[in-house]
Design a protein. Structure first.
Length: 141
C-alpha cells in the first residue's frame, strides 16, 4: 500500500491497489502549476482513499475536461483527474518514502523549459507530446 499527504498533513491518502509508475510531464500547464516539472503516478479511484477531515482539498478546473486538486491550507499540488475517468493521477512528491517506484516516461519534452536537465542520454522513453492513452493504463494486480 502506498500512502501520502500534503505538506501540512491536512489531506492524506492511501492507495490499496496497483499503480502506474511515475510519469514526468514538461507541458507548460504542469510547469506553471508546479514551478518545475510534474511527476505523478496513476491509480484507480476504487483503490484510492482520500481523507480530508477539515475540507482542505480544493479542486481547480484547469481545462474544459480536467481538474487539479490541491490543499487549500498549505497549497500542495496533489491530484489531477479527467472528467468521467475511473482513475486519478497523484503527485509523486506527495508520496511517503520509500515508494519503490521508478520513472517510466517523460512527456511533452518539446515544451520543456530551457533550463531542464538534458535526459537524452538515459534510457527513459521521452515523447514530444502526449503519447497514446494506453501507455497510461494502470496495471492489473
Amino acid at each position: 500500500m502506498l500512502t501520502g499527504k500534503c505538506h501540512c498533513g491536512q489531506v492524506w491518502y492511501e492507495i490499496a491497489g496497483p499503480v502506474r509508475q511515475v510519469v514526468e510531464c514538461h507541458c507548460e500547464s504542469c510547469r506553471r502549476l508546479t514551478g518545475s516539472v510534474w511527476h505523478a503516478i496513476g491509480a484507480r479511484l476504487v483503490d484510492a482513499t482520500i481523507t480530508d477531515d477539515k475540507k482542505a482539498l480544493t479542486w481547480y478546473r484547469s481545462s474544459e475536461k480536467v481538474e487539479r486538486g490541491f490543499c487549500g491550507y498549505c497549497g500542495s499540488t496533489m491530484f489531477f483527474r479527467r472528467d468521467g475517468a475511473d482513475s486519478i493521477t497523484i503527485t509523486a512528491g506527495s508520496l511517503d518514502q520509500p515508494t519503490g517506484l521508478h520513472l517510466m516516461m517523460r512527456i511533452f519534452t518539446e515544451e520543456a523549459a530551457d533550463y531542464a536537465a538534458d535526459s537524452s542520454g538515459d534510457s527513459v522513453p521521452g515523447y514530444k507530446g502526449y503519447p497514446d492513452m494506453r501507455m497510461f493504463a494502470i496495471p492489473e494486480e
